[in-house]
Write a protein that binds this ligand. Sequence first.
Ligand SMILES: NC(=O)C1=CN([C@@H]2O[C@H](COP(=O)(O)OP(=O)(O)OC[C@H]3O[C@@H](n4cnc5c(N)ncnc54)[C@H](OP(=O)(O)O)[C@@H]3O)[C@@H](O)[C@H]2O)C=CC1
Ligand SMILES: O=C(O)C1=N[C@H](C(=O)O)C[C@H](O)C1
Length: 269
Amino acid sequence: MKPINLAVVGASGRMGRQIVAAIEHATDFKLVAALGRANSAAEGVDSGILAGCGENGIKVSADFAVLDNADIVIDFALPETLTERLETYKNYGVAAVICTTGFDDETAANMRAVAAQLPILYAANTSVGINLLAALTENASRVLGSDADIEILEAHHTKKKDAPSGTALLLGESAARGRGKNLDEVAAYDRNGVDQVHKAGSIGFASIRAGDIVGEHTVYLVVAGERIELTHRVANRSTFADGALRAAAWLAKQKNAGFYAMKDMLGLD
Ligand SMILES: NC(=O)C1=CN([C@@H]2O[C@H](COP(=O)(O)OP(=O)(O)OC[C@H]3O[C@@H](n4cnc5c(N)ncnc54)[C@H](OP(=O)(O)O)[C@@H]3O)[C@@H](O)[C@H]2O)C=CC1
Ligand SMILES: O=C(O)C1=N[C@H](C(=O)O)C[C@H](O)C1
């Protein structure tokens, strides 16, 4: 079978390098572009060398014209220029798996607008386990109803910029949906001050940034006399890379434009 021509955006980052390394061993993908920001220290450096898997001849570049050769983009870059990148994917007609987190509501709306013209899969977390946890969270929240106090705790490495994590927000959305609410209506993000009780019906968030923690999330659902703690821990970033490649292979088969999620790929709805 013909391999999928893949472009990795954010190729010099922690996750971009994982994807480049994972493709090295995959027969169903061919790396055709390693993209990043202009004036990056990584510009012109071989992406295989950066990823620690040996020279692959694909240099990190900021010239998105190479997307002409790509079937699918996997984007693990930062949120600042995400709107521009989405516009570029649309112009080149190349479907994209977007894994970036920490973007604002306007960018989220732009992503949905682009998805009206192009297959876009947005995954705040590409691990299979987290997406299963999101489904379990929705179900537990539905069964326990408004009696449960729900709080979400996430822990990540010291270099992570956004908080709460995109995954914590995904889990919060699932918990809110279980109660028939939108997260915006019930989220409690900042617990800092003198009147910080858990308001009935709210969903609280807390973040830890320490050491080299790859990614840990716990949803607490607490009712009188008992509590459920739904926890997921990732030991290695290769878990995210494997999930992103699986998502890319699935997206390559989608003929219609649309805003897809990992749960569509996993058949979790
Ligand atoms: N969906 C998922 O499963 C996961 C998502 N993530 C998310 O992916 C993103 C990247 O994470 P991580 O790899 O750890 O981060 P890094 O900081 O290690 O990498 C970020 C990459 O984006 C590039 N970049 C920096 N600024 C910009 C910009 N303004 N425009 C475009 N590209 C830019 C960097 O280039 P340079 O090297 O030149 O600075 C680098 O290649 C984060 O949003 C993170 O939350 C992370 C892990 C899993
Ligand atoms: O920045 C990270 O590292 C991670 N980011 C994603 C998020 O914000 O949820 C996914 C994962 O937890 C690692």
